[in-house]
Design a protein around this ligand. Structure first.
Ligand code: NAD
Ligand code: UDP
Length: 389
């Protein structure tokens, strides 16, 4: 750990140790953020979640160098009276808690809306009433579809960034109809953003909103049948990893034509640490956090993951590498998709000087090395198990 005396913010001021109440600390992003804070800063973390498997290595044994700076509180923010007290004890609250896997948005829309809007309300209220700073995790999905997606397929305007670049202060939020329940998540996230923004405008609450653009890396989601339900459908990195580990074709939803930009979790966490330690530059802002240089179609992502997995595992590429599936078959009724997600980086560059560094190939190489090391043996055992009659 660096001494607090050596650490200065972007304006040259000394960074003082703070206490952070991190809600959803046991998830993918939370686990990387806790790791970064323990390894590189003097800050204390009150880690709140219903699970702690992904941060166990930070909590035990008792002789870890950061012992005493991270405390896990197993609680569900839906119904736990300890929440306000923990927020009051902290200088900063970071809210990561959410249902955030697309397979849930159209199949469990009520849980999705409650998790992303209703359950976040007390967090905002306690921060506002107790004059505490809040960093809230929203999503790039609040932009919905691009304006360009409504143009004819062959329109040259589709190549013009004015029709696709997603800008925090200018772009509209374009969702599908109410029957397209995919948008339940985006809509709930948009409303909580508006509420937080209003708390800032009317009551002076200090806030920062983060819009992640497909952060990926080790510990993301779960591998069905190994550390998650067999029938569960995680986000694309874990779906494709699962297919590769099992030697199955990767499933391309509706032809895999949608486009995404992927950013390495370790790059993105650097941006979050800058927000934590530079409140004067981060407060009152909404930040896109993504890597505009790492754009691919989902089909291209699948092809690249197949190549990278073959390299890191030493296994041959499968004979049938991909198959097409309809979204109705894969996700069920009410699914819809974001067509393209390229973040505009002007605001985060200007306020925090942050830029992502890792190429898609490099981030897939380190992530798939982790997936292979962590899961290959477990998958072999699952496959070898005789099916119960
Ligand atoms: P995750 O599912 O791995 O982590 C969320 C954590 O919140 C989980 O550990 C879960 O147990 C916890 N949680 C959920 N409800 C809770 C409750 N009621 N009480 C206590 N804990 C609860 O997801 P993640 O990828 O780490 O995402 C974190 C945040 O970032 C979410 O708000 C998500 O919407 C947002 N986000 C992430 C991405 C990405 O690329 N990973 C993209 C867009 C938005
Ligand atoms: N997808 C796919 N096959 C899968 C899983 C996902 O083709 O096995 C597609 C999905 O339809 C979407 C993209 O991959 O177009 C990214 O999906 P993800 O679950 O990561 O979430 P999103 O980026 O849509 O929030």
């Amino acid at each position: 750990m660096s001494s607090s005396l050596e650490r200065v913010d972007l304006d040259g001021n000394q960074i003082k140790p703070i206490t952070i109440c991190m809600i959803g600390a046991g998830g993918f992003i939370g686990s990387h953020l806790c790791e970064k804070i323990m390894n590189e800063t003097p800050h204390n973390v009150l880690a709140l979640d219903v699970y702690n498997d992904k941060i166990k290595h930070l909590l035990e044994p008792d002789n870890l160098p950061w012992h005493g700076r991270i405390h896990f509180h197993r609680l569900n923010i839906k119904n736990d009276s300890r929440l306000e007290g923990l927020i009051k004890m902290s200088d900063l609250t970071i809210n990561l808690a959410a249902i955030c896997t697309p397979a849930d948005y159209n199949t469990r829309p009520l849980d999705t809306i409650f998790s992303n809007f209703i359950d976040a309300l007390p967090v905002v209220k306690y921060c506002s009433e107790n004059n505490k700073r809040l960093i809230h995790f929203s999503t790039c999905e609040v932009y919905g579809k691009t304006i360009g997606s409504f143009l004819p397929k062959d329109s040259p305007l589709r190549e013009d960034p004015a029709y696709y670049l997603l800008k925090e202060e200018d772009s509209p939020c374009i969702f599908g109809s109410i029957e397209k329940q995919r948008w339940s998540y985006a809509c709930a996230k948009q409303l909580i953003e508006r509420l937080i923004y209003a708390e800032g405008a009317e009551n002076g609450m200090d806030f920062t909103i983060v819009r992640p653009f497909n952060w990926i890396g080790p510990r993301m989601d779960f591998i069905p049948g190994v550390d998650g339900p067999s029938e569960g459908v995680p986000r694309v990195l874990a779906c494709f990893s699962n297919n590769l580990l099992r030697g199955e074709p990767l499933k391309l939803v509706d032809g895999g034509e949608s486009q995404r930009t992927f950013v390495y979790i370790k790059d993105a966490i650097e941006a979050v640490l800058l927000m934590i330690e530079n409140p004067a530059r981060a407060n009152g802002h909404i930040f896109n956090v993504g890597n505009p240089n790492n754009e691919v179609t989902v089909r291209q992502l699948a092809e690249m993951m197949i190549q990278v997995y073959s390299k890191v595992s030493g296994e041959q590429t499968p004979e049938t590498p991909t198959i097409d599936v309809s979204s109705k078959e894969f996700y069920g009724e009410g699914y819809d998709d974001s067509d393209k997600r390229i973040p505009d980086m002007t605001i985060i560059n200007k306020q925090l000087g942050w830029n992502p560094k890792t190429s898609l190939w490099d981030l897939l190489e380190s992530t798939l090395t982790y997936q292979h090391r962590t899961y290959a043996e477990a998958i072999k055992k699952v496959i070898a198990k005789p099916i119960a009659t």
